[in-house]
Every structure is written in C-alpha cells, then in structure tokens.
Design a protein around this ligand. Structure first.
Ligand SMILES: Nc1ncnc2c1ncn2[C@@H]1O[C@H](COP(=O)(O)OP(=O)(O)OP(=O)(O)O)[C@@H](O)[C@H]1O
Length: 264
C-alpha cells in the first residue's frame, strides 16, 4: 500500500542552518493499517507527512503507493489518493464558501478531471447523507459559510472532506491538538468510526500519548529524523504511557522533549 523507502531530507544543506529532518526512514503500511506517530519536537513527523503528501520531495529515497513511485508527482496530482487533515481548523476548507460548496470541491478532487464544482441535486443528496454521519447537525445548514463554523465543526467537516472520496492514504497531522478536550474527543471518535467503516489506511501524528496507544493497530516513535521504535498491535494492548515514555528514554538516552505532550 504505502512504502517509504530510505527517505532522507535535509533543510538548508551545506549552510550553518543545516537541519536534518529525516535520515533513511523506512516504513511499510499494509492496507487498513492505522499507525499513530509520536516523537519529540523536531523529530521529523511533519516532514514525513509533507513528503508523503507531496508538499516537498525527499533528497534521497522513494515514496510508493501500490508499488508505484509517487516521488515526482506534485501535490495536486496526489490529492485524489491522499486525504489530509491539519492541526489548524482553518486549513483544508474555504471559509468564504458554504458547507456544500466545500464538499463539492472535495468531491471533484476525488473524481479527477471532467467534473464541475457545481452542487447538483444528486450530489446534494450524497453530501447530505455524508454530513448526517457526523451527527452534529451540519446537514441542516448546508448553505452556512464555513468561516462561521466553530473549530470543532470545521475540523469534523475537514475530516469528512478528506475521507469521503475514499483516499488510499489518510494523513492526520495533530488534527485534534487545537481543540478543547471535549471537541477533541468528538473528532477522535469520528476519526475512529470513519477509519473503521471505510477501512482507511491511516497515519496519524499526535502529541497525546494515551491516544497514540489507544488508537490504531501500530505505533511508531520518531526522534532526530529516525523511527526509533515500532510497536505492534499486540504490544500496544497492554502498553502504558509511563512504559512508552520509558522506552523513549531507554532508546534515545534522553527524556521526551515535546512541549505539547499530553499524557492522557
Ligand atoms: N521548512 C523548513 N526549513 C528549515 N528547517 C525545517 C523546515 N521544516 C522543518 N525543519 C526542521 O526539520 C526538523 C524536523 O522538523 P519537523 O517539523 O518535521 O518535526 P516535527 O516532528 O513535526 O516537530 P514538532 O513536533 O515540533 O512539530 C526540525 O529540526 C525543523 O527545525
């Protein structure tokens, strides 16, 4: 499904500002895998997401989806295969457009060329059924401008827009971190439901250690551009947050430095 092979990325190479973001990273995800990603500040988590989604190219190595290299495809050409939700509820939706116009945009992205942005009656029904799934009443307000929604509502819509075209890979980049605890929990539950029902292959960066253990079927830990620990589903079932932090210290030789860490 997704294969990241020997990926290395440096920023500002050869200068005094040189930063090593990723070093020879290998990761293979099978269809339906839901992998959570944790790590200290600057570990390379966002860079990994950016390389998968095509925001940037690796200096070395390759990214393959279903055995096909996508390394040289620009971001917009990957967008029908890759859904992404960002930390910032403002990203990923157009504030001046209505809920259903935003859905139409996502729908078009999923279907490729040859479709207009318009909201036809048939599409309106599809969008309405999808919005109902969220269970937060957005289906009753299809013409509401997205810029007027709350952060939680907007993030729920972003999640729906990233998933309802059934992407090959779903990237969740700390997508609950900017929300208050109850809204974050709502989005987490929604994520679990959508990923399970649609069997989406998912990579989720989180600073919430408890969530990283509880969600998904695999957990990877990153530090200094490397994957330093890969935890199986079986091990995850009995793993505790102190044990996970202890593992980080044992392997990296330091305490996890993450200014946004949430223990659970
Ligand atoms: N555009 C950029 N220009 C220069 N350096 C960058 C750039 N993006 C990231 N870096 C550097 O690359 C390294 C990895 O950054 P990245 O944002 O991927 O880490 P992260 O694990 O997502 O961190 P955090 O949890 O703090 O968000 C860091 O040293 C960072 O300063």
């Amino acid at each position: 499904m997704l294969e990241i092979s020997h990926v290395t990325k440096l920023f500002n190479p050869g200068t005094t500002d040189e930063k090593t973001a990723l070093v020879g990273v290998n990761l293979t995800m099978n269809p339906g895998d839901f992998v959570t990603v944790i790590g200290s500040n600057g570990a390379g988590k966002s860079t990994l997401m950016n390389i998968i989604s095509g925001v940037m190219k690796p200096d070395m190595g390759d990214v393959l989806i279903n055995d096909r290299s996508i390394k040289n495809l620009p971001e917009h050409k990957r967008s029908s295969w890759i859904g992404r939700v960002f930390q910032d509820p403002m990203a990923g939706t157009a504030p001046h457009m209505s809920i259903e116009e935003n859905m139409a945009m996502a729908y078009k992205r999923g279907k490729g060329r040859g479709l207009g942005f318009g909201v036809t009656r048939a599409r309106r029904e599809i969008f309405n059924a999808q919005l109902q799934k969220l269970g937060i009443g957005l289906d009753k307000r299809p013409n509401a401008k997205v810029g007027l929604l709350s952060g939680g509502e907007r993030q729920a819509l972003s999640l729906l827009m990233a998933t309802f075209t059934q992407p090959q890979i779903l990237l969740l980049d700390e997508h609950t971190a900017a929300l208050d605890p109850s809204r974050a929990e709502l989005i987490t539950e929604l994520t679990e439901t959508l990923v399970r029902e649609m069997k989406l292959t998912t990579l989720m960066v989180t600073h919430n250690m408890e969530q990283a253990i509880r969600l998904g079927n695999r957990l990877i830990m990153m530090d200094k551009g490397r994957i330093i620990l890969d935890v199986s589903e079986e091990r995850k079932r009995t793993l505790t947050v102190p044990e996970l932090l202890g593992e980080f210290e044992r392997i990296s030789g330091k305490k996890m430095a993450d200014d946004r860490v949430v223990l659970g």
